[in-house]
Design a protein around this ligand. Structure first.
Ligand code: ATP
Length: 465
């Protein structure tokens, strides 16, 4: 295992990431023409592809590669009693202070103890208000009247949708403990401080898996899921020295948790939580039994119908936060010579800085871009024909605008791992040039073997930098 770094070393800054994300259509500010909406972001053409790819990779890892994990998609709006049972109405709060002078709002647990004790604003030195509790759930009304009877919440986590359905899943799919339920979906939190781009937003997406186990085997399964989730990031090609475990101390532990570890990632602004692995014990199911009056005990038919309330191990990752992590992790700048023109021996021109996103090819929004060297002499038609052939199996882009070197750089910045260039020789002998994003190397190969080669390259991909 590589040693975790102590501080961020790399070319990315949040400003560069935010600006690239906008420029290339990954992420836009929500309602930008009205000045933007705090805590909300829109995913553009490349962003939605990337988000979908991350979700698919997680889904495959959790459901398809695990025989004992089933999927679910529960509604965002749940019966309000759910949130009383879960403890969110009472406990899902952040401590909040305001500066009386500059009006900045802070989470009290995010400013230094000295400042808090002295009631001194860390921004302007003004006086701070007393700390008060602020519930993070978005409350709205269902039905035509805005009275308390119609109060309903936007879910602050996807987990509860899984707990209230766990018996339905057992009954409909013959699951036996130990087993898990996976879900990807939106969650909403009225966050006090939303900075650092999409890191902490009011509307976001989670990828959660709840694993139901027999009490007593929970510690073992907790350790097992810690191991598996760590290995997952390695598989995604993440720089492992930028990951570390952080165990929750007694002050941080959520009201439902017996033990909790976060996988933290070293973002340009420092170490921050990426995913939590929690031992939620039988807290949630016990509370739902209490509040719903339904028997949610598990009946172990292989063991004399023994009844018990399962313990739950949760792995909870932010989908949109993972997207930000992957943008930061894959971002690179390097000084290079221009790409050589297909068909020539050496590159010509001066050293230049290129920006490149080194996404794993299975995650990259565009897998391959097809580029005709020239528009004329039938090269564009040939390139489009190749694009049409590849697009059944791969996410393919087509670009014929501008000098070939500039087009390679555009694809680098979008994180496209492969470019297929069509030149005059392609017309004569049916070969094309395959150019690799990371090494900028080029190989010539027959058009017919492109698909197979791409599949092989994706499967055997190793990050070189
Ligand atoms: P924090 O203490 O940073 O507010 P948390 O410990 O409350 O976060 P969890 O409730 O464990 O977070 O949520 C699980 C995962 O969901 C987090 O690891 C993170 O990836 C994601 N997440 C939580 N809140 C947000 C948010 N406001 N915006 C984006 N992602 C979030």
């Amino acid at each position: 295992m590589s040693e975790a770094l102590t501080e961020y070393q790399g070319p990315a800054t949040m400003e560069k990431i935010t600006s690239l994300a906008k420029r290339r259509g990954f992420v836009f500010q929500s309602s930008e023409i009205y000045g933007g909406q705090n805590g909300a972001w829109d995913y553009g053409p490349l962003g939605i592809e990337l988000k979908n790819r991350i979700a698919q990779a997680w889904w495959k890892e959790m459901t398809r590669l695990n025989d004992n994990i089933a999927g679910l998609d529960a509604a965002i709006l749940m019966h309000p009693r759910t949130w009383e049972a879960s403890g969110h109405v009472e406990n899902f709060t952040d401590p909040l202070v305001d500066c009386k002078k500059c009006k900045t709002r802070f989470r009290a647990d995010m400013i230094s103890e000295e400042n808090l004790a002295a009631k001194k604003c860390p921004e302007c030195g003004g006086e701070l208000t007393d700390t008060r509790k602020f519930n993070l759930m978005f409350k709205t009304h269902i039905g035509p009247t805005e009275d308390n009877a119609g109060t309903i919440y936007l879910r602050p986590e996807t987990a509860q949708g899984i707990y209230v359905n766990y018996k339905n899943v057992i009954q409909s799919s013959r699951m036996k403990i130990p087993f898990g339920i996976a879900q990807i979906g939106k969650a909403f939190r009225n966050e006090i401080v939303t900075k650092n781009f999409i890191f902490r937003t009011c509307e976001f997406e989670q990828m959660e898996m709840q694993f139901f186990v027999k009490p007593g085997s929970d510690v073992e399964w907790f350790n097992e899921w810690k191991k598996r989730r760590w290995a997952y990031y390695e598989k995604l090609g993440v720089k492992m020295e930028r990951l570390r475990w952080h165990q929750h101390g007694p002050d941080e532990l959520a009201h439902y948790a017996k033990d909790a570890y976060d996988i933290q990632y070293l973002f340009p602004m420092g170490w921050r939580e990426l995913e939590g692995v929690h031992n939620r014990t039988d807290y949630d199911l016990t509370r739902h039994i209490e509040f719903s009056g339904k028997d949610l005990q598990y009946i172990d038919q292989d063991n004399n119908n023994e009844r018990y309330i399962p313990y739950i191990i949760e792995t909870s990752a932010g989908l949109t936060r993972t997207l930000l992590m992957l943008l930061c992790d894959s971002y690179d700048e390097e000084q290079v010579l221009p790409d050589k023109k297909p068909g020539t021996e050496a590159s010509e021109g001066a050293l230049d800085i290129r920006t490149v996103l080194r996404f794993h090819p299975s995650i990259a929004p565009v897998t391959a871009a097809v580029l005709p060297l020239m528009k004329k002499d039938g090269l564009a038609e040939l390139a489009q024909d190749i694009r049409n052939e590849l697009k059944e199996d791969f996410a393919v882009d087509y670009d014929q605008a501008g000098a070939i070197g500039r087009r390679y750089r555009r694809q680098d910045e979008a994180g496209t791992p492969f470019c297929v260039t069509v030149d005059y020789q392609s017309k004569d002998d049916g070969t094309v040039t395959l150019r690799f994003r990371d090494s900028m190397e080029q190989v010539r190969l027959p058009r017919q073997s492109l698909s197979e080669r791409l599949r092989k390259e994706i499967k055997e991909y190793k990050r070189i930098k």
